[in-house]
Design a protein around this ligand. Structure first.
Ligand code: ZN
Ligand code: ZN
Length: 1014
């Protein structure tokens, strides 16, 4: 597990190294050699000392007066909030119980002497042998790490000396120790020492320690328990059994070994003690409020600060100063925010569920089960009484302008065990919340991407066959950076990181912004870092996002403003070290997009709070870790939610929970935090109109496709090329393919298609399966030409056009080949303005002419196709015809030229024929006795004859009427008489001569030869 307990943390590397010096001495010194060496060194010191004696004497002379009252008291340190109100004292009165030396068991006294100062009863306050050894080690290691002090010296230092220059302090310590020994007995000195020594957790003195660690009075302690307590005091925060049980028992064995060697205990007592099963007390609750904040101040930042200072230098000295030094620590904590934050984090309703788990037991079971959850989880580990609530959370609030941390939430319900996890220091996977930091912002900075640039959300295969997917499992195709980042698509982020930003550069930027785990010098960045596979702490996330909030300037996050010593001297003051780690232009573009996340996408739960806010959410693939980073210009906040052991559970719809909880925090904080706007667009950023599918300058086609938008780019890196991905193509609707030359025009449509870049289709290796491709692949133009339309095998023998009546066009043709389904006739104005040929008529398969009537004057091209049942067309026949301005002309007067009377079984019939001259006729009408009996459409029927059937013998009057658009003219009436006695067969015919008598005569004469006209 990656979690670390208090006080170890990512910032504790130096502490660990320091620690090793105590736990694993690098060499052992032969006593005899040591004595000789010490003597030589002492001689050297004396020789050198002659020249520096004056200095040393001046140090000793400046030592404070020996003060018995100070020896009795313990001066713990005080913590203040940002208003300089005292909020905590690092020990409480009840944690110190004074007991006289007579009541302190001998073996307990001997245990301390054995480990801390084995010649205590022999020296006069200073142990020259021990000092010599320390000097030797220090010279060898080139440091002042070793500070072998007698019990007397430790007492003096803890009680009386301010942190100061180490050599000066050492001289004073020795000087005062010698005085103390003269004034007090060994018993008195030991009594003072054992009653004020610190055991960690703000516990002072052996009696309080016995109660704290064993729930016993000192009189009841076993030999082993006494030895354990003596082992704690070296570095109480580390050597105590609640922090490091195994380590503290090893220390106990060391103490017992010394006691045996010094003859305090027999080998049998030793054996019995080392094999004793120790039973510890339940850890007590902490004695100060706001532990999630103060724990960080005390165990992390103060230790870091103090160990950096030459006066302290070691963790041991740092804790000594904290617990005995009377320091005043002025922090950045906003008490109102802190208490509100703790209140919010403790509300069960803001979590998907709450279960109380005995985490110690569960961790042991997980360790025993090769790191996997045991099968009896959760039931066997539920502990309603003392369990740790799950899921857990962490929250950091800071002021990005100053770097001051305002409030810290390390979890829910700080437990009785003061070694509660500070979860804002637990590295967990950030998911998508990392994207702006590692994948995008440095690409913005270098102009490699703008908000309107386009990234391809299509399947990709990474190293080792990695096949990432989006949260929703689809591939959106070409998307703008704004859309990709605000909606948190994974593939575009990976492409932005690997193809634009660069693995090394992105990690370097993230590291410089504050993500300590992203140092590319320490581990090789992977493409998956773009979507949060690399763990990060919530505190580091707050540091990184503070750079976005503070216009690209990193102000180091800190909780300590100032430290004063017991006399009010300022020994430390935070110094701001502003560093521009990201350009203002890149920050502006990032902020513009991340504000969309609040107004429109995954952090909508934070919208409507009445001020500009930007945010980025993150959820790991398996929903184990939920991150939210959000900021205003004067506030940065990061939040994590998850289980203390990842596999313990999932949190679905994580963004709902993170935004919901953060909203509760903000509602209170914004009551006092002034509203601020994000900085306006800097000079170097311009808004440019682009095609949102190509990221290039738009064309008319992009506009028609509705994919034009304006977004931000660096002024010197605006797109210059024009979109060539939107293309216009002719599609045959019947086949859905590119139209070919034989596709019927009425089935051909012009479409705007998106010619997206090449892509791969998913295979079975993708978590959500094979056969998926980017959505916009659907918009691509077909690659193939229509395969269902081809040329119909047929030819026109001729195709002619003539005008009739000056305003109609008569088209005639003859055709040879397979029988078509129909003919399609098109007309197009010649020299037109690009008008399409218009389909004017579909004609039946037997047609061989068409009268295109009332055509406006002009020159026309007629095109004729023979078409089969599939719509396939023949080669066209084309003819051109011109119509001039039309002059009105009545049709000529028709003349009835011939008639003929016949009979058959059905009765008599009269066939009349006529002719006419002059301008064209559209319609002929046949009247009998004044009644219309037949109409001829001359465009469909150019015969000029009509047979009237089923007639009875009688006399009839026939008349022909001719009509065109200009009017009507009528023939004269012709009388035809059918006689009753006419024999069957031809009964008569006639020619129009105007006189009925003559007609009849002629009919009579040539009844059989009616065609022979006069
Ligand atoms: Zn376009
Ligand atoms: Zn087609």
């Amino acid at each position: 597990m990656a979690e670390k307990k208090v006080p170890l943390s990512s910032s504790q590397k130096s502490a660990d190294q320091e620690n090793k010096k105590f736990r694993f001495p690098k060499f052992k010194i032969n006593r005899k050699t040591l004595k000789i060496t010490a003597l030589v060194i002492l001689i050297l010191i004396v020789a050198a000392g002659l020249s520096v004696a004056g200095v040393l004497i001046s140090y000793a002379a400046s030592a404070p007066e020996l003060d018995p009252a100070a020896l009795e008291a313990v001066e713990a340190s005080y913590i203040f909030d940002r208003e300089e109100r005292e909020i905590a004292q690092l020990h409480a009165a009840e944690n110190r119980v004074i007991v006289p030396i007579e009541e302190i068991p001998k073996q307990l006294q001997e245990a301390f002497i054995a480990i801390e100062d084995e010649r205590f009863h022999k020296h006069k306050g200073v142990d020259l042998l021990g000092l010599g050894r320390a000097v030797l080690v220090n010279i060898r290691e080139g440091s002042f790490a070793q500070g072998a002090s007698t019990i007397t010296q430790q007492l003096i230092r803890n009680a009386m000396l301010d942190p100061g220059k180490r050599i000066e302090r050492k001289v004073q310590e020795i000087w005062l120790a010698l005085q103390l020994e003269r004034r007090y007995s060994k018993e008195e000195i030991l009594e003072m020492y054992l009653n004020r020594i610190c055991f960690g957790h703000g516990v002072y003195g052996v009696e309080a320690a016995a109660r704290f660690y064993f729930d016993k009075s000192i009189g009841e302690l076993s030999l082993a328990e006494s030895a354990l307590l003596a082992g704690v005091v070296r570095i109480p925060e580390y050597d105590n059994p609640f922090y490091d049980k195994e380590g503290s028992i090893n220390r106990m064995k060391l103490v017992l070994g010394n006691m045996k060697r010094l003859g305090y205990i027999s080998p049998e007592e030793y054996e019995e003690a080392v094999s004793e099963e120790l039973i510890f007390a339940e850890p007590k609750s902490v004695t100060y409020p706001y532990p999630y904040f103060i724990d960080y101040v005390v165990h992390h930042e103060l230790i870091d600060i103090l160990t950096e200072m030459p006066e302290f230098g070691s963790i041991e000295d740092a804790y000594e100063a904290i617990y005995n030094g009377g320091l005043k620590v002025f922090t950045t904590m906003n008490t109102d925010y802190q208490s509100h934050l703790e209140d919010v984090l403790n509300r069960p309703g803001l979590y998907p569920q709450t279960i109380y788990i005995n985490m110690t037991k569960l961790r042991e079971a997980v360790n025993a089960n090769n790191g996997r959850l045991p099968s009896d989880y959760p039931n066997a580990y539920i502990d309603e009484e003392n369990g740790i609530p799950q899921p857990q959370s962490a929250l950091v609030l800071a002021d990005p302008k100053s770097g001051e941390v305002l409030a810290l939430g390390g979890g829910r319900e700080y437990s009785k065990n003061r070694n509660e996890l500070l979860r804002y220091l637990s590295p967990r996977q950030p998911g998508s919340s990392i994207k702006p930091v590692i994948a995008y912002c440095s690409a913005f900075e270098r102009g490699l991407l703008g908000a309107g640039s386009v990234l391809d959300d299509s399947p990709l295969i990474g190293p080792q066959g990695w096949r990432p997917e989006n949260y929703a499992g689809n591939f959106l195709g070409m998307v703008t950076v704004r859309r990709a980042l605000s909606w948190s698509y994974n593939i575009p982020a990976i492409r932005a990181y690997t193809e634009h930003t660069g693995l090394q550069e992105g990690a370097e930027k993230a590291y410089r912004m504050g993500l300590n785990t992203y140092n590319p010098q320490e581990s090789v960045p992977l493409p998956s870092w773009a979507i949060g596979s690399r763990e990060v702490t919530a505190l580091d996330m707050a540091q990184a996002y503070s750079v976005f909030a503070n216009n690209g300037i990193r102000m180091n996050l800190h909780t300590v403003r100032r430290i004063e010593d017991r006399n009010g001297n300022v020994i430390y003051e935070h110094e701001a070290e502003p560093e521009q780690v990201l350009s203002r232009e890149a920050v502006f573009i990032t902020n513009s997009i991340l504000q969309d996340v609040v107004t429109s996408t995954t952090a909508r739960g934070l919208s409507g709070l009445g001020r500009p806010l930007a945010a980025k959410t993150g959820t790991t693939d398996d929903a184990r870790d939920i991150y939210l980073a959000t900021y205003a210009p004067n506030l940065v906040a990061t939040f994590w939610m998850g289980y203390d052991i990842k596999d313990m559970g999932k949190i679905t719809s994580g963004w709902n929970w993170s935004s919901g909880l953060m909203r509760e925090v903000f509602t209170e904080v914004f009551k006092t935090l002034p509203r601020e706007n994000f900085p306006a667009s800097p000079e170097g950023v311009v808004r440019v109109e682009v095609c949102t599918k190509s990221g290039l300058r738009p064309t008319e086609l992009c506009r028609e496709a509705g994919t034009v938008g304006a977004d931000y780019f660096l002024r010197n890196h605006v797109p210059r090329l024009t979109c060539d991905l939107h293309v216009e193509v002719e599609i045959c609707e019947a086949s859905g393919l590119l139209a070919g030359e034989h596709c019927p025009p009425d089935q051909v449509v012009k479409e705007i298609r998106f010619n997206r870049p090449e892509f791969i289709v998913t295979d079975g290796g993708w978590p959500r399966g094979a056969g998926r491709k980017p959505l916009d692949a659907e918009e691509m133009p077909p690659e193939e030409t229509c395969d269902i339309h081809f040329e119909f095998p047929a030819v026109f023998l001729y195709f002619t056009a003539s005008t009739t009546a000056g305003r109609h066009v008569l088209l005639t043709w003859e055709y040879s080949g397979e029988a078509p389904k129909e003919f399609h006739l098109y007309r197009q104005t010649k020299n037109n303005n690009g008008d399409e040929a218009e389909l004017i008529k579909k004609l039946g398969k037997n047609a061989n002419s068409h009268h295109d009537r009332n055509v406006p004057p002009g020159t026309y091209i007629y095109t004729l196709y023979a078409v089969d049942k599939h719509g396939n067309r023949s080669q066209p026949a084309v003819v051109e015809v011109t119509l001039h301005e039309h002059q009105p002309q009545l049709p000529g007067k028709p003349e009835i030229r011939e008639w003929n009377v016949e009979t058959d079984d059905s009765g008599y019939k009269v066939t009349i024929k006529w002719d006419y001259e002059g301008s064209p006729v559209d319609w002929f009408r046949v009247y009998r006795d004044g009644r219309l009996i037949h109409t001829v459409n001359t465009s469909e029927d150019d015969r000029r004859e009509y047979t009237d059937t089923n007639l009875e013998p009688d006399t009839y009057r026939y008349q022909i009427e001719a009509e065109n658009d200009d009017g009507i003219s009528k023939s004269d009436e012709v009388k035809i008489t059918i006689k009753d006695e006419e024999p069957s067969g031809k009964s008569g015919d006639g020619h129009f001569f105007g006189g009925s008598l003559l007609d009849r005569l002629r009919g009579f004469l040539s009844a059989s030869f009616w065609r022979l006209t006069i």
